[in-house]
Structures are given as structure tokens and as C-alpha cells.
Write a protein that binds this ligand. Structure first.
Ligand code: GLU
Length: 328
């Protein structure tokens, strides 16, 4: 049997976090080098060859274009390298959904790409990083994992990039999926897929952009007025995602300002500040009349990623943006 070789791209996060106390609360994300994490993994005796590369050593709240560009290039290279079976990206959990979805939209399917993180730093009592990593190895080595797009492995659970979100600030069981829940259960010695592969023979859906436009998320609140929308237009936002109440609602005055934004050529996507659920067209807001796009199953963070990629690809009219959100 050939031993799988996995490229491991380190970006930081709590999986590489050091608290210097097994019981303390505060810690620094990204302090542990990827080589040192892999030295600990080697003690588990997994049948795998791991090739480490450092992309960054940061908390994922600081991730952005520079790290995404480096990650995309490294993964695209690994996809065309016959010696590499799959890719694992160690990542902070705060923005794992954004990086996973951005890569999923812009990479071809074919080889497993797995983001993995941890909720507890490596030196905390009950640290979850080693098990999560061992699970990620299991997924990234699996012959049936390549055509499922980018995935996030947390706990003993596998999520697809378009579904996953961080739903709890500190529980170990912090991730949820919508509209699909987990697509597989995994342990270091078992992997059970719940459905057939969903990205069979698919090319990258969008080209890797030269840069990403400024797109802001604006959370709607009761009693809010139009000024925050005007401020976003004033700083040159190229798109706005409203994290609206309920099914993507916002006060009348805010909707009016957003409609003016659309008329000035700035696309507006209505998503929900509610934790989970669909935002459909023309429920309480007349999207047809106002020129808005409904985010459908995507929450605000992933809606922003898709809107940035669409605008970067020159897709700016509401009907074409809506078509992309209808099939995320
Ligand atoms: N805020 C840090 C990050 O996202 C730590 C959170 C975590 O990794 O769980 O990188």
C-alpha cells in the first residue's frame, strides 16, 4: 500500500495556540510552528507522510488577501503535483468558513482540501487539536474525498464549505452546517460519508481574482437609520451585504438607502442576522422592485465572500448575482 502524502499549510489559529497554562483562559493564536504540531502528530503513528509549509502564524481574524492568495497558489500547485494526495490547512476557527468557501469557489475539485482547527489551545487540558488533525488526515487521505470541494473538519464531523459556520464562541462542538448538516462523521480510524460526492468533475467555478473588492456587511438593528449605508457608500464599498432581521428585513429608511445604492451601481444582498435559515426573494421586501439579491442559504459572512468573488469576476447585475446565490 502506498502511504498518502499530504501537504500541510499552516496559518495559525488556536490549533497552533499556546496558553502556557493547562487551565487558563487567555492564549496566543498561531504561536506554535506547524513543524512542531507535526512532530506531535508523528507520535500518533498515522500511516501518512506530512509535508509542512508555513503560510502565516496568525489568528484568523487577521486573515486576508495576502494569506488567501498564498493558500490558493499552494493548493493549486499541489493539485497538479501527482505525488500529493491531498491538502490540510490548519486555520483559526473564527473565519474558517470564509477561507473554506473562498477556496471552494475558486479551486477545481479533484483532490481533498480540508481546513482544520481547534477550540482549545494545544497546551490546554482537553485540547481538541490533535484529534481534529488526526481526523483531517483521515479525510484528506480518503479516495472518496476529492470531489466534495473544500471541507472543514471539527470535532468528529465533516462539513462542506458552502454549509459550514461557527455557531458558538467557545464550545468544542462549535460548528454547524446549513442547509446540509455534516456530510460525514470521522474518527482517526473511521470515515462515514452521508451522501454521494457533490462536486464530481467540476472545474473552478470562478477564476482566482487579481484582488478582492471592498464589500461590507451591515447588520440591521431596530431604530437604525440610513446613515450607516451612506457611510459605506462614502468609503467606496463596491457591494453591501445587509445582515437583516428575520428573513433579511431592515427598517424602511435603510431599505430606501440600499435601493439608492443599487441605483448607483452597488449591488445589495439581503442575508439574515438570524443564526440559520433561508432568505428568499420578495417575502416582505420587494426585491424585484428594489433590485436586491436574496442570499438564500448563505449567511452574511459567506454571502460577502460570494459577492466579492462575483464582483471581481465582473458579475454585477442583480439577476446574474441572484443566479449565483441560488446555486451556491
Ligand atoms: N481567534 C482565533 C482564530 O480564529 C482563535 C480562535 C480559534 O482558532 O478557535 O484564529
Amino acid at each position: 500500500m502506498t502511504i498518502p502524502k499530504l501537504l500541510v499549510l499552516g496559518t495559525g489559529g488556536t490549533i497552533a495556540g499556546a496558553a502556557r497554562s493547562a487551565t487558563g483562559k487567555s492564549y496566543g493564536a498561531g504561536e506554535v510552528a506547524i513543524e512542531s504540531i507535526l512532530a506531535d502528530i508523528a507520535k500518533l503513528g498515522l500511516e501518512v507522510e506530512l509535508e509542512p509549509r508555513t503560510i502565516a502564524r496568525i489568528g484568523s481574524q487577521d486573515i486576508g488577501w495576502k494569506e488567501w492568495d498564498a493558500l490558493h497558489a499552494a493548493i493549486a500547485d499541489a493539485q497538479s503535483d501527482d505525488s500529493i494526495t491531498g491538502v490540510i490547512v490548519t486555520h483559526g476557527t473564527d473565519t474558517a468558513e470564509e477561507t473554506a468557501y473562498l477556496l471552494d469557489l475558486t479551486l477545481a475539485a479533484g483532490k481533498p482540501v480540508v481546513l482544520v482547527g481547534a477550540m482549545r489551545p494545544a497546551d490546554a487540558v482537553g485540547a481538541d487539536g490533535m484529534r481534529n488533525f488526526a481526523n483531517a488526515v483521515r479525510v484528506a487521505s480518503d479516495a472518496d474525498a476529492g470531489e466534495r470541494g473544500v471541507m472543514v473538519v471539527m470535532g468528529d464531523t465533516v462539513f462542506a464549505a458552502s454549509d459550514v459556520r461557527k455557531a458558538a464562541t467557545s464550545n468544542v462542538d462549535a460548528f454547524r452546517g446549513f442547509p446540509r448538516g455534516p456530510i460525514a462523521r470521522v474518527t482517526p480510524s473511521s470515515l462515514d460519508w452521508f451522501a454521494p460526492a457533490h462536486r464530481v468533475n467540476t472545474d473552478a467555478r470562478y477564476p482566482w481574482p487579481e484582488t478582492l473588492p471592498r464589500v461590507a456587511i451591515l447588520t440591521a438593528g431596530a431604530g437604525m437609520d440610513e446613515k450607516p449605508v451612506e457611510a459605506l457608500l462614502g468609503i467606496g464599498c463596491k457591494g453591501i451585504v445587509i445582515a437583516g432581521m428575520g428573513q433579511g428585513n431592515a427598517p424602511r429608511t435603510v431599505l430606501g438607502a440600499l435601493e439608492a445604492a443599487v441605483q448607483s451601481g452597488v449591488p445589495v444582498v439581503r442575508s439574515a442576522r438570524v443564526d440559520e435559515g433561508m432568505v428568499d426573494r420578495n417575502v416582505e421586501v420587494d426585491d424585484d422592485a428594489r433590485g436586491f439579491v436574496a442570499a438564500r442559504a448563505l449567511g452574511p459572512a459567506k454571502a460577502r465572500i460570494l459577492l466579492m468573488v462575483l464582483i471581481a469576476s465582473g458579475i454585477t447585475d442583480a439577476a446574474s448575482i441572484q443566479a449565483a446565490f441560488d446555486r451556491p
